[in-house]
Design a protein around this ligand. Structure first.
Ligand SMILES: [Cu+2]
Length: 311
């Protein structure tokens, strides 16, 4: 009898857990709207399907950072290149010396213009901040790389501690599939910034204010394609970031309340059937909640990878 009650109770708890899980799942608007059931692949998934994947380690020059060396700290620009033609498929960042000394690392391909904006913004492939997010493309997609072509890593370090730091630097491991080992679908990286079409940068949030900024004017798409991966970048005290096509929210990134850190996030959302067609108006709406008594330097960007339509 006790056993039967035990099983009944266990069954009820399981049922409740399933109901709660699905209810919770549905309450996330971003998941309901455009997340596919497919999972972002890991390096293991990639290696299983493409055993020819290779890695390339980039170690930035070690830095001596004085004590109390706040933002914007020190910026360096360093270069690396791949030893063969192929496709870049992802990267894993590390910070050697002190995890919070890295403000950001932007990886830029200066050999190609930004796909949408040939002037004003660089061709940023990916980025990381002190959160050190690693990222991989959906299986079968990559960014085409050329042997010997220089890629730039733009780094910013700072030190908010009272002690100096010695030898700190970023270490980035890039993964790629050589052309001799297989073939992937070409993608282009893109980002929209709330400060305006074909612009990027910070803007100021006044103290003690809830602040909404819209991208004005909206961007009108001229080169069509399919969006395969999306993410966002915001700073501290961010609340949400909405991405709109023709006035309709197609993706809403919510920032958890507990999350006050700066985030440079490799795209991690797989949109389902999300296209940018010629003439579409792309808009953004960024919300910050500045609960501090000082102005904040804010940013809001939507980053994604696109498969351009064949001409
Ligand atoms: Cu930023």
């Amino acid at each position: 009898m006790i056993r039967k009650q035990f099983y009944l109770l266990g069954g009820a708890v399981l049922l409740l857990a399933i109901l709660v899980f699905f209810k919770y799942d549905r309450s996330q608007p971003e998941q309901k709207m455009d997340l596919s059931a497919e999972k972002i692949p890991t390096l293991q998934d990639w290696r299983k399907k493409y055993p020819g994947i290779k890695s390339l380690v980039f170690e930035a020059n070690p830095q001596e950072l004085p004590a109390n060396f706040p933002h914007p700290g020190r910026t360096t620009q360093e270069y690396f290149s791949y030893p063969e033609d192929g496709w870049s498929i992802g990267f894993v960042p590390e910070q050697i010396g002190a995890s919070h000394a890295l403000h950001h690392a932007d990886i830029i391909d200066p050999s190609r213009p930004n796909f949408f904006c040939t002037a004003g913004v660089p061709n940023v492939l990916t980025a990381t901040g002190d959160e050190l997010t690693s990222g991989f493309m959906p299986l079968g997609y990559g960014y085409p790389i050329k042997k010997g072509s220089k890629l730039m890593v733009s780094l910013m370090y700072h030190n908010e501690n009272a002690e100096p730091l010695s030898g700190v630097h970023a270490k980035l491991t890039f993964y790629y599939l050589p052309k001799s080992k297989g073939s992937l679908t070409d993608t282009v990286p893109l980002f929209f910034d709330v400060v305006g079409p074909c612009l990027w940068g910070e803007y100021t949030i006044p103290p003690n204010s809830s602040h909404v900024k819209k991208m004005e004017p909206e961007y009108v798409v001229q080169k069509p394609g399919r969006v395969i991966l999306m993410g966002h970048h915001m700073h501290r005290y961010a609340k949400s970031l909405e991405f709109l096509i023709n006035g309709k929210v197609v993706k809403s990134f919510q920032v958890p309340k507990s999350d006050e850190g700066e985030r440079l996030i490799f795209p991690k959302y797989l949109p389902k059937n999300l296209r940018l067609n010629v003439g579409d108006r792309v808009g953004m709406r960024a919300t910050y909640d500045n609960t501090t008594s000082y102005p904040l330097e804010a940013m809001a960007e939507v980053l994604f990878f696109l498969v351009p339509d064949k001409k």
